[in-house]
Design a protein around this ligand. Structure first.
Ligand SMILES: CC(C)=CC(=O)SCCNC(=O)CCNC(=O)[C@H](O)C(C)(C)COP(=O)(O)OP(=O)(O)OC[C@H]1O[C@@H](n2cnc3c(N)ncnc32)[C@H](O)[C@@H]1OP(=O)(O)O
Length: 257
């Protein structure tokens, strides 16, 4: 498949999407959004893929939604086109997605990274929601996801001032799972993705769905949901294989069923 703004590769059971608009610091325009969704459609349909890594360049994961593309839109246009609705499709993906972030992850770039299941950051990463400086606010989920990840006080401070947060503070605050040296970013992200992809895909997907339920529901409903999904895992061959392998002191051979 041909793409203009991204590169798509498979490395064993891992799908790798690299944002590739270096001249605009990977600003997220509508072509790029369409291509990311097209690539994710293909990777999700491929039964050989167990995890997806999304990355950018050393300078920028993405410097935000494309300001030049949106600057002159009118309210009727942006409303009737439901601007950014395509990002809900990105966020709703069922296979696990890791954002490997180096450099700037600003505005929509930070929001895109937060749509992934977790973020591995290079030590030069800078996160921020600077939209307030453009006379708007985050519009791709940032007010909600950032608040859930780092809490109201820090989310308010970041969104109301537009200040940037470095990688170490982002890790301390719960925005990123792990910080690694820039030179090791892709290797580390791919290694983590390979670990996930070596496990049972349906069990991984059910676990992702169940954890995401925590953002949507009360504790008691969430625990009830977890219990139902946990019980259902006993209908899979991979549960039988995983537990038999432990008892027989051998490595499990998961079949994704
Ligand atoms: C509104 C919603 C819902 C979401 C958003 O995401 S709004 C955008 C939020 N992001 C920002 O406000 C960041 C904008 N970018 C910057 O502040 C700077 O580019 C920088 C601090 C990230 C890097 O500065 P640097 O001096 O190193 O590089 P530049 O010369 O400024 O940029 C290089 C090149 O990229 C173009 N660029 C950068 N960001 C965007 C963007 N978000 N949209 C469109 N284009 C962008 C920049 O204009 C320049 O290209 P030209 O030389 O052709 O102008």
């Amino acid at each position: 498949m041909a793409y203009e703004t991204i590169l798509v590769e498979t490395r064993g059971k891992v799908g790798l999407i690299t944002l590739n608009r270096p001249q605009a610091l990977n600003a997220l325009n509508s072509t790029l959004l369409g291509e990311v969704n097209r690539a994710l459609d293909a990777l999700e349909a491929d039964h050989g893929i167990g995890c997806i890594v999304i990355t950018g360049s050393e300078k920028a994961f993405a410097a935000g939604a494309d300001i030049k593309e949106m600057a002159n839109l009118s309210y009727p246009q942006i409303y009737s086109d439901d601007q950014f609705a395509g990002w809900d499709r990105v966020a709703g993906r069922r296979k696990p997605m890791i954002a490997a972030v180096a450099g700037f992850a600003l505005g929509g770039g930070c929001e895109f990274a937060m749509m992934c299941d977790f973020i591995v950051a290079a030590d030069n990463a800078k996160f921020g929601q600077p939209e307030i400086k453009l006379g708007v606010m985050p519009g791709m989920g940032g007010t909600q996801r950032l608040t859930r990840l780092i809490g109201k006080a820090k989310a308010m401070e970041m969104c109301l001032t537009g200040r940037l947060m470095g990688a170490e503070e982002a890790e301390r605050s719960g925005l990123v799972a792990k910080v690694v040296p820039l030179a090791d970013l892709l290797t580390e992200a791919l290694k983590t993705a390979e670990t996930i992809a070596s496990l049972s895909l349906p069990i991984v997907m059910m676990t992702k769905e169940t954890i995401n339920r925590a953002d949507e529901t009360s504790l008691s409903e969430g625990i009830r949901f977890e219990r139902r999904i946990f019980h259902s895992m006993f209908a899979t061959a991979d549960q039988k294989e995983g537990m038999a392998a432990f008892v027989e002191k051998r490595a499990p051979q998961f079949k994704d069923r």
